[in-house]
Design a protein. Structure first.
Length: 303
């Protein structure tokens, strides 16, 4: 029977066979998930490199990052540390993620992240609890260029077991036990309760739900992309099914340069079509406002 190391190696090999990246980078934190991933990548793609991001959020973070880079070098990967400054809106989790992705994005080729099935389940629950719409509940994609997530079908328990099997010492991030972070409470309180009440299998079920929603979203996005009408003309889109119309509007707004659209923003713009009562414009991220005038939608900078 295959053990944890073989399971992870199989997941990584399957991803690499499907994507066939010319250049490969592994993002490593020093935790079990990313170290198990890096060890598997080293055995399959020794030309890959590893990047360790030091967020400087905890005393001794530099030493932790240096140690993780040393471990990756021990696996046979070229490794280095990127030090970032965590600041900006959205709270510490969002700011750290933004800084981390910005540091990793310049890396050449596909960047592999150590997200597991458990991370996927937590992401789905977060999206569900926030009412963020189907895109959020659909969770993370295994490949969303340049990001690759080969371990989305592998549990966190397997990555820990794989590290133990290989004698890899892992770093336990104190933030992963801090209940002030919403994701931590989901991990240690909500999911265990759901597993108990529903008699197990919740994380896998949430991941399957996410996969089904992604398929539905992809189908609707394809239909929206094929829509040949002028989405600025209200009459051309008013009779479309709601789910399709909102996707057409979303694509149009993105093309107009509107960033970071939320479900709430999109619903308010859609109301200019479906619930028109002469209302004023909708304020959007990036300093834009969407208005309806003379049967057409327009996006303008806020005056």
């Amino acid at each position: 029977m295959n053990g944890p190391v073989a399971e992870i190696r199989t997941a990584v090999r399957r991803f690499l066979d499907e994507v066939s990246p010319d250049h490969l980078t592994v993002a490593v934190s020093g935790g079990a998930d990313s170290l198990a991933l890096a060890a598997a990548v080293a055995g399959l793609r020794p030309d890959a490199c590893a990047v360790v991001v030091d967020h400087q959020l905890q005393p001794g973070s530099g030493a932790v990052a240096a140690r993780a880079a040393e471990q990756c070098a021990g696996f046979g990967l070229t490794a280095h540390v990127e030090t970032v400054l965590v600041e900006g809106p959205g709270g510490p989790e969002a700011a750290a993620r933004t800084a981390r992705y910005a540091a990793l994005r310049p890396a050449r080729g596909v960047v592999l992240l150590g997200h597991t099935l458990d991370d996927q389940a937590e992401t789905v629950l977060l999206g569900l609890g926030r009412g963020s719409g189907p895109r959020s509940i659909a969770g993370m994609r295994s490949y969303d260029p340049p990001w690759g997530r080969p371990l989305l079908g592998v549990t966190r328990a397997i990555t820990r077991a794989a590290c133990a099997e290989q004698g890899i010492e892992v770093w336990e991030d104190p933030h992963n036990a801090d209940p002030s972070f919403t994701r931590v409470r989901l991990r240690h309180e909500v999911l265990p309760l759901l597993e108990d009440v529903l008699q197990g299998g919740v994380s896998s079920s949430l991941a399957r739900t996410a996969a089904q929603l992604r398929e539905d979203c992809d189908a609707l996005d394809s239909l929206a992309a094929a829509f040949s009408g002028d989405c600025c003309a209200v009459d051309d889109i008013a009779e479309l099914p709601v789910a399709l119309r909102r996707r057409v509007l979303r694509s149009w707004l993105i093309e107009e340069g509107v960033p970071e659209l939320s479900d709430s923003h999109l619903r308010r713009v859609d109301a200019l079509v479906s619930e028109w009562r002469g209302q004023g414009g909708v304020w959007l991220p990036g300093g834009f406002v969407a208005r309806r005038a003379h049967g057409r939608l327009v996006v303008e900078p806020k005056s």
